[in-house]
Design a binder for this molecule. Sequence first.
Ligand code: BTN
Length: 279
Amino acid sequence: MTINQDILNYDELKDYLNTEFIGRNIIHFDELNSTNTYAKSIASDLDKEGQVVITEKQLSGRGRLGRQWVSQNNKGIWMSIILKPQINIADISKITQVAAAAINLGLSSHSVKTEIKWPNDIILNNKKICGILVEMNSEKNISTDISEAVKINYVVVGIGINVNNDIEDFPKELRETATSIKIETNKEFKRNTLVAEVLNNFEKLYIALKNNNFSKSLDICRKNSYVIGKEINLIKNQEVKEATALNINDEGELVVMYKDGKVDNIISGEISVRIRKNK
Ligand code: BTN
């Protein structure tokens, strides 16, 4: 049996897992449209956070900005983590950086050195091996006094990692920009181990975030940034703005300088980042 036929399962995974609550409950499917869509359908009924939904194949995996995520094979990690964070709504976007840092750390413990392309891509040898899709459900709580607060019902952190995919698994038009760990390293990896490593790191960094300590994740995102110091295009609704990426600020926003010298802080929202020049 080659490694890419390994089945993701809790029994094997738990030997590598050292978490308290993340991934202590895993629902595994052979096939699902999208783990994020499924996770969202069950999240409201769960009392606790930490449940993980994982599948061998996705029939209609989703990416950011309405894009498709190619995941019709059992060679990658397609999973979603359900969270119920009682944090300020403004801090929700930091969860993407927490996940990016956790993936970077998890892979580096297998000597796979990746870079983080703010806000949600993981890059290996200048190509994308992983994407993160964070989705949230919240409601406005109008209390009896005039104050208004937003209640976060749940957050779903979708993680797609191309692990043992072969080049033929990617559509031709993606082959210039997407890759897998196997293609880049010539090695196959046990997905169970990688899932556990990512979840172990995610829990530590997520607990820190809930305790108002975002600096560890931020540090990892800055040190391993694929974007800082580069000339980029910021694309929003077909509009392209040229800028230089200067830093990621303490809020997890991308600090950029436009050609006219104006400095701006970018929140991830609807923005897509393209590297223009690798300095
Ligand atoms: C992106 O790069 O735009 C984000 C890709 C996120 C893909 C993962 S795979 C598991 C989860 N389920 C989905 O449908 N999408 C995310």
